[in-house]
Write a protein that binds this ligand. Structure first.
Ligand code: FES
Length: 165
């Protein structure tokens, strides 16, 4: 995709998202989510474009851009950086930790040679931690894209990863 295409796509995408969700602050997460869904992350241009289209006064654009960037950085479901084709979200909260989460995390890091937030050089995998996803009863838990894996053991990790192209 050329830079020009990305630019015009961001303009159209932001416009469509604003038409759908509105201009109020409670629309910011849904707007960012729509952009993230299309690109796999929120491109830097999108923050400025959102400000432009919701008509933020010039003297407040920088502050608003950094607030939007802060939202995109804070929420696990959003990313400010391009991610791999498959995203592994590993639950790092205590209930998963006490039933063996650390060993799973170590197995993932070892298998993929990644640290938290990193993407493999071939753009296949991104590894991130996440907060509780509400499946503590089957911890340790991870999500790969939309697939849920519970009651994990370190031995299962290589086999599970092999299922993904
Ligand atoms: S703490 Fe891991 S799913 Fe709840």
């Amino acid at each position: 995709m050329s830079a020009l295409m990305i630019e015009s796509d961001v303009v159209a995408l932001v416009q469509a998202a604003i038409e759908k969700h509105g201009r109020n602050p409670d629309a910011f997460i849904p707007i960012l989510s729509e952009i993230n869904h299309v690109y796999g992350h929120v491109p830097g241009d999108a923050f400025h474009e959102i400000c432009r289209q919701i008509r933020i006064p010039d003297d407040r654009v920088r502050v608003m851009e950094s607030q939007l960037y802060g939202l995109a950085s804070f929420y696990d479901m959003l990313s400010t950086k391009p991610r791999g084709r498959h995203v592994i979200k590993f639950c790092e909260n205590a209930p998963c930790h006490v039933v063996g989460g650390k060993a799973i995390w170590d197995a993932l890091r070892e298998e993929l040679k990644l640290e938290n937030g990193e993407t493999t050089p071939d753009s296949k995998w991104t590894l991130v931690t996440t907060s509780c996803i509400g499946l503590c009863s089957v911890g340790p838990v991870m999500l790969i894209d939309d697939d849920i894996y519970g009651n994990l053991t370190p031995e299962q990790v290589p086999d599970i990863l092999e299922r993904y192209e």
